[in-house]
Every structure is written in structure tokens, then in C-alpha cells.
Ligand binder design. Sequence first.
Ligand SMILES: Cc1ncc(COP(=O)(O)O)c(C=O)c1O
Length: 200
Amino acid sequence: MADGEQGFGTRAIHAGQRPDPTSGAVMTPIYQTSTYVQEAVGEPRGGHEYARVTNPTRGALEGNLASLEEGRHGAAFASGMAAIEAVVKGVLSQGDHVVCGANVYGGTDRLFRTVWSRFGLDFTYVDTSDVDALSDAIRPETHLLHDLDLDSIDFVDLAVTLEERTGLRLEEEELKSIRTVQDAVEVIHGALLRRGPRPA
Ligand SMILES: Cc1ncc(COP(=O)(O)O)c(C=O)c1O
């Protein structure tokens, strides 16, 4: 860990939180408002307009989780299925393809097969601990890798296998930059985008 970097335990307690600006409360209060007063029409304080969009308590949780997962942003939902539904609707368009772990949660499988496949999305289920099977399943129109077996995938191996199979050239820096799952997904996604234009 580099000097000045906070460890996991410290971030678990402090990341995403700062003392409440109105009271000085060290722990983030539970804000139970649905809407927020604005200085003038279209001039919200601190960017807050409506609690479904932003809420300072939820923001603290999202910031904390983003830090622990070494991601740039966090998004918290009231249920797992709500989160999956939001990702599918927010990230995917008609014609897109999803590679999904074969042991995925049953509710997600039903959502994919019985609902989203009717809206022009295509799903391939694979054993995601198998780098060859995973590489075979990924196509130019693949825009989501869901339920990867994060404990058993060697992401550098996956990136190299994809490179070999597609004739893509990954930059040495790209491969060296893979230190976290987030890095790996970004490098793989960048490689996918270079494989060809996304269908209109
Ligand atoms: C991997 C996984 N995804 C999604 C869900 C669905 O979550 P929820 O019941 O909060 O909608 C679960 C629930 O156990 C789960 O284990």
C-alpha cells in the first residue's frame, strides 16, 4: 500500500462520508425527505432535487461501496433484481448480447430468458471460470458480462486469450494495468469495442 493510501478497514468506516454540513454530525444522518428546497427554480442546493435521483444518505453508502470495490461510482438499490433490471435497461440496447454465468441466480435467469429476450437481447450462458468458454462466448455485440466467477478467472489470461482469438493487439500498458476486476473489465470492453462497430 502506497504512503497516504487508506486500507480497506479504514475505507470501510470513512469512505464516502464527511461530517454533516448543517449540524456537524460525524455520522451521515438518515435523510427522509422526498424532495428538496431550491434556491430558485432550477438551482438545487448541492445538486439534490428529488430523492429517487439523489439522497445524501444513499450517496454516502454508494461512495463507500465504490471505494471498497475500487470502482469510480456506486449505485445502491432496494433489491438485487432492481439493480440488475436497472443495469440491463441503462446499458443495453436492442441487438446487444450478454454473457452470463451458468450458475446465475434463478430470478436473473428468468428475467433474462422470459422478459428481456423478448426485447431483442441475446444471452449466452457459460461456465465463466473457463477462460476458453468465456472467450468463445464474447462477441462484438457483447456489452455485459454478468455473474462472472471472480475468484477463479485470471483476467490477464482472459484478455490474452481474447487477443489471440480475435487478432486484436492489446497494448502492453493495457495488460500491465490489470490489477483489479474493474481494470480487467475496462481493458476487455475496450478490446471489444475495437473489434467492430456496435450494430445500429
Ligand atoms: C446473486 C443474486 N442476484 C440477485 C438476487 C436477487 O436479489 P433480491 O431478492 O434482493 O431482488 C439475489 C438474491 O439472493 C442473488 O443472490
